[in-house]
Design a protein around this ligand. Structure first.
Ligand code: GCU
Length: 407
């Protein structure tokens, strides 16, 4: 190899490759999977107001502390979620009353939201069971895995959205592709709602970003459910996996029309405690997915102790409605124990409402579900995914929750 070639090989290929590999190694090793190194931490007080008063009544929680926590999440993590728009329309673009061999009615609904002469359309897909003659509860999936997982022809069945099983259990199942609202992409995320309806949010340090936009979209689907008499709009169950789980929690925390909020393996900035040093960290998530969160969140990279909230408070915002957290044994990146601890730490607010939650102190063993009034948890064996087994637990939890409420 001639000398000039050797040196140009060194400069142009060998050295840059080494740097990239080193950077990669650094990222891989930046997270901790050793329980002994998860650290000790003090969580922000759930039931003490910012000016130091103890919260002992539902009234104090609802009028002072709950709004405070909600605002802290808006300003520091997910950004504001704008409430105003000029108009919303619902157009049934397709209907099949004999879908799934006559077991269900399929509806495709174009939900169009207008603001300042611009609009965005969410394409909602719903199957409603035909055999049930009264309005049914509905599972609404904030789906980031794409439309292919919700095949309306049912030729391709995907356990991520197991509509046959859900229909069989007497529930409606709905879903939308989060891309309709905000593309899940660092460069293009503002091509939907953010660019068209709420451009002013982009300039704000506490402005809405992708996770907020997806949760905003779920609320617009609930607006539609309120107009469909086959659906019981008091029994909406939001479901999201991973990034979708983070958005499901943020939606359930704000929109009090959600009856059950389900987070499947939502991990960091979802159900897992941020102060626990295990798996994904705030530093890693804001580096890899800056467009999911408001700009202010970046201040807490490597600085989690300074966060004015932690994720147990997000779960507490859902009270007195129900919350369900699911984890997977091999999904250490999402910190199963950190997710269970957050659920545990949210209990004081549920107790304020009189629920005897009494979650076991230790995280349940793999494949054992824990159901308490208003909260539930399971950890499934296996990797990061949303499977039929997860769905079977969601259905069991919803059955028990709605039955209990009827009594
Ligand atoms: C990445 C990200 C997680 C996220 C996950 C997902 O792994 O780091 O925070 O939950 O993607 O959405 O699948």
């Amino acid at each position: 190899m001639p000398g000039y070639f050797k040196s140009s090989f060194l400069i142009r290929i060998y050295l840059p490759t080494c740097f990239v590999l080193l950077a990669l190694l650094q990222t891989i090793h930046a997270q901790n999977y050793d329980e002994a190194k998860a650290g000790t931490f003090t969580l922000p007080e759930l039931l003490v107001t910012q000016d130091g008063r103890k919260v002992t009544t539902i009234e104090q929680w609802e009028q002072i502390r709950r709004p405070e926590i909600l605002k802290l999440f808006e300003d520091n993590v997910y950004g504001q979620v704008p409430k105003d728009f000029d108009n919303i329309s619902f157009e049934i673009t397709n209907e099949d009353k004999k879908a799934m061999d006559g077991k269900a009615t399929l509806k495709q609904v174009a939900i169009t939201v207008f603001r300042n002469q611009k609009s965005v359309t969410i394409n909602l897909i719903i199957f409603i069971p035909n055999r049930v003659k009264h309005p049914v509860p509905v599972f609404l999936v904030l789906n980031h895995r794409g439309i292919k997982t919700m095949d309306i022809t049912r030729q391709n069945k995907d356990d991520f959205w197991p509509s046959e099983e859900v229909i069989e259990a007497g529930y409606a199942i709905a879903g939308f592709d989060v891309k309709d609202i905000a593309p899940d992409d660092k460069e293009k995320f503002s091509e939907g709602v953010l660019g068209r309806l709420y451009p002013e949010q982009r300039a704000m340090d506490n402005g809405m970003r992708a996770l907020g936009a997806w949760s905003w979209g779920a609320s617009r689907c609930i607006d539609y459910f309120e107009t469909n008499r086959a659906i019981d709009a008091w029994k909406v169950i939001t479901v999201g996996h991973s990034r979708g789980g983070k958005a499901s929690l943020w939606c359930g925390a704000q929109d009090q029309r959600v009856a059950i909020t389900i987070s499947n393996e939502s991990g960091n900035s979802g159900a897992a405690l941020s102060r626990r040093n295990y798996g994904e960290t705030v530093a890693l998530i804001v580096k890899n997915f800056p467009y999911w969160f408001c700009r202010n969140y970046r201040k807490y990279a490597g600085n989690e102790d300074k966060l004015p909230i932690d994720q147990h408070e997000l779960l507490a915002l859902i009270a007195p409605r129900a919350v369900y957290v699911a984890a997977a044994g091999s999904d250490l990146w999402a910190d199963p124990k950190g997710q269970y601890l957050a659920l545990q730490e949210s209990q004081p607010v549920y107790r304020l409402y009189g629920f005897k939650t009494g979650l076991p102190k230790e995280m349940p063993v793999v494949d054992k579900q824990v159901i308490r009034p208003c909260m539930g948890f399971h950890i499934r064996e296996g990797k990061h995914d949303m499977t039929l087994l997860d769905w079977q637990q969601f259905i069991r939890f919803a059955d028990s929750y709605f039955k209990r409420k009827q009594r």
